[in-house]
Design a protein around this ligand. Structure first.
Ligand code: AQP
Length: 337
């Protein structure tokens, strides 16, 4: 019996921030102990919006190094780059041909992201959820860690596997594709922008002050926290809808200090911003310091890093090719191997 398999990834669309870490990567570290884990840098997803071709390779490598610096171990997990395993693109095409257009037209994230792109929306952005379904289904993932915003995409992957593939080409005893389940991450793990408590902290937010990146220097962290939006009310609260910024900063403090939320609430209940902000700054700096140290060490030897990604690619390919072959046979392609 194999351990339940988990697959997840981050797009190399910019510097990884504490939202990506608290909401995703940090949880993956724990999953390695109990699950069979596949973590990819999803560079094919990154080009669904305009990207910088001079930076993509470097950001891809840097994202992989961040995974490892945060504690994802190449021995325990399969760490790889999405575009290095061509089965992702190939399965995406096959799934495209099996997915009804009207299922795609319901995707909320496309509607939101396409507004930001104006006239320049690519077909790739529309197809993002099918590529994500390909990522998940290729590895026969049992569980996929998803935040609220990705739930609909996982639902699509489940529907494609179940309704368009298994029920058309398979039978109950021998399903062709595994139907994945969501691994819902904690509510509190959604980290919001430092300058607007209503919008998510995001790599692509043009305002650098909206996020703390994992590689920010102590001086920069201190400056960003000083500038973070506050209000004139004394006492830091977690769950007051009128004070989203206070709630967000307290959530970051509780996540990084390791204090239970209720203890963090009590500790900060009477603090003014002048006391709380330096405390938060210190907490962020000290929790990022070991990650930064490991990251810069890893980046000293890019050859070794690339070798680890090559090994990850080989491991990933072995699993992905099997699933792809199974589906191609089910669809009815001529096989000459
Ligand atoms: N603010 C956040 N709080 C908690 N979790 C977050 N994640 C992203 N932002 C937050 C989680 O990080 C993982 C990787 O995300 P992604 O790179 O695939 O894309 P994203 O969700 O669109 O992240 P960004 O930072 O907002 O990137 P851009 O700006 O490029 O779109 C996911 O598990 C996500 O839930």
């Amino acid at each position: 019996m194999r351990r339940p398999r988990v697959l997840s990834g981050v797009q190399p669309t910019g510097a990884i921030h504490i939202g990506n870490w608290i909401g995703a990567i940090r949880n993956w570290v724990d999953l390695q102990e109990t699950h069979e884990t596949f973590f990819c840098v999803v560079d094919l997803h990154a080009i669904t919006v305009p990207h910088n071709n001079k930076q993509l390779a470097e950001e891809t490598l840097s994202t992989a190094a961040i995974y490892m610096a945060c504690g994802i171990s190449p021995e325990q997990s399969t760490i790889f780059v999405q575009s290095h395993v061509s089965a992702h693109s190939e399965l995406c095409w096959l799934l495209n041909c099996l997915t009804p257009l009207n299922w795609m037209e319901r995707m909320i994230q496309f509607k939101e992201k396409s507004i930001k792109q104006g006239e320049n929306v690519s077909i790739g952005l529309f197809d993002y959820p099918v590529l994500m379904a390909a990522d998940i289904l290729l590895y026969e993932a049992d569980l996929v860690p998803v935040g609220e915003d990705q739930k609909q995409h996982l639902e699509l992957a489940r529907d494609i596997a179940q309704q368009r593939i298994n029920s058309n080409y398979g039978d109950k005893e021998n399903p062709i594709l595994k139907v994945p389940k969501p691994l819902i991450t904690k509510q509190g793990s959604r980290i919001m922008s430092l300058v607007d408590g209503h919008s998510k902290m995001s790599k692509s937010d043009p305002n650098e002050n909206s996020r703390i990146s994992l590689l920010d220097t102590p001086e920069l962290i201190s400056r960003k926290i000083k500038r973070a939006k506050t209000d004139p009310i004394l006492g830091i609260e977690l769950n007051n809808p009128q004070r989203p910024e206070a709630g967000n900063l307290l959530r970051i403090y509780s996540s990084l200090s390791g204090l239970e939320e209720n203890i963090a609430i009590q500790t900060c209940a009477d603090m003014g911003w002048g006391t709380f902000k330096p405390l938060l700054t210190e907490t962020i700096i000290s929790s990022l310091q070991p990650i930064q140290e490991k990251y810069f060490n890893l980046m000293k030897d890019k050859g070794e890093l690339i070798e680890l990604l090559r090994q990850g690619q080989n491991k990933a390919e072995q699993v992905a090719e099997k699933t792809l072959k199974k589906l191609k046979d089910a669809i009815g392609f001529l096989d000459i191997d």
